[in-house]
Design a protein around this ligand. Structure first.
Ligand SMILES: Nc1ncnc2c1ncn2[C@@H]1O[C@H](COP(=O)(O)OP(=O)(O)OP(=O)(O)O)[C@@H](O)[C@H]1O
Ligand SMILES: [Mg+2]
Length: 337
């Protein structure tokens, strides 16, 4: 694989929820690339389809519903050969999960087994993928706990999830996801359940691990504040679509889609900065209105009803991409992003 080839190429990902005789499109043509050693942040408000996107790549969409996925998710190996995560067999996918792609979820307790010591849970993954004996797998688990900087790691090996603090449990989740040194780590809101200090520690830890291993990261969050420090590229989702893609500095310096502009204006830091500059208290902004119901989308841009720059064409026609080399926006507004 040459240095510029993406590790993962997601193309036109569509996820539909099958209901009765119909299908509700919830993810609508999402495309992005993941590169070794780099982080792509997937941001957007609640319900925009971030988790569905991640879960579909792991083939872990909830079993309580019926889904239809299309598009491609091409994973490259070091020789440049690709396989499509959406097409391979369930058995093949089970081998890849943990081994080549790891995932960290928002709430560790939903993924940790409450009746198994954490060391065994980590070791299980190594035993499965590396076919190690019990003792060697335990040693690997210990190393993984040390790598995520858990104090008294040897003692923690035999502790149960409920004996650990929230931050500690999140570190265990990271250790589990990282123990087989995956090429890709998907982190779905890995720190939103934690207080801000622990959140910063965990995010810094993930960045350090990424530097050490060169893995590629898909970092899902609705908090644009943390994106600036932890991602190189950003894809902004709205109503099941990516509406803007850019390098992180461009996105913050020149947000181009009205939705992204609204998101950035909502950041508390911006309000503080304005307050400092003007000497007056600036009320926190929000984007007026609500995200659209996915079963009642009109023919035009799905953000149009909330958009302050809305034009007649926005209500009647779906926008196409407008692009400069590294910055793209799906919007009818004139001019390059
Ligand atoms: N198991 C499910 N059954 C039915 N609908 C679902 C299911 N999971 C997700 N959805 C719907 O799919 C849409 C996208 O959900 P998703 O969880 O991907 O959003 P999200 O962007 O991750 O939001 P959040 O920031 O709240 O985590 C939502 O409208 C949600 O209600
Ligand atoms: Mg989610």
């Amino acid at each position: 694989m040459n240095a510029t080839q993406p590790r993962l190429q997601v193309r036109d990902l569509q996820i539909r929820l099958l209901q009765g005789h119909g299908a509700l499109p919830l993810v609508r043509g999402v495309s992005f690339d993941l590169h070794d050693g780099k982080t792509l942040a997937l941001v957007g408000e609640s319900g925009s389809g971030k988790s569905l996107t991640a879960l579909s790549l792991m083939r872990l969409l909830a079993r309580n519903a019926r889904w239809e996925c299309s598009g491609q998710a091409l994973l490259s190996d070091d020789d440049g050969k690709t396989l499509d995560l959406l097409q391979i067999s369930d058995e093949h996918m089970r081998q890849l999960r943990g081994e080549r792609i790891g995932m960290i979820f928002q709430e560790p307790m939903t993924c940790l087994n409450p009746v198994l010591p954490v060391g065994e849970q980590i070791a299980e993954s190594v035993r499965l993928h590396r076919r190690l004996d019990h003792r060697s797998a335990r040693m690997q688990a210990l190393r993984a706990l040390e790598q995520v900087e858990i104090p008294s790691a040897r003692q923690r090996l035999d502790e149960y999830p409920h004996q650990l603090s929230g931050g500690m449990r999140q570190r265990v989740m990271i250790a589990m996801a990282m123990v087989c040194e995956p090429q890709i780590l998907i982190a779905d809101e890995p720190t939103t359940a934690l207080d801000v200090t622990i959140q910063a520690q965990i995010l810094n830890l993930m960045s350090r691990l990424q530097e050490q291993t060169g893995m590629s990261m898909l970092f899902i969050t609705h908090n644009l504040g943390v994106v600036a420090h932890h991602a190189e590229r950003v894809a902004v989702m709205y109503a099941g679509q990516v509406v803007e893609r850019a390098d992180v500095h461009d996105l913050f310096a020149q947000p181009s889609h009205p939705y992204t502009q609204g998101l950035l204006a909502c950041l508390p830091g911006r309000a503080r900065q304005q307050a400092r500059q003007t000497g007056r208290t600036v009320p926190l902004q929000d984007i007026g209105g609500q995200a659209p119901a996915m079963d009642a989308l009109g023919p035009g841009c799905s953000f149009a009803p909330r958009c302050s720059a809305c034009m007649p064409v926005c209500l009647s026609q779906a926008p196409a991409w407008r692009a400069s080399a590294a910055h793209q926006r799906m919007c009818h507004l004139e001019g390059q992003p």
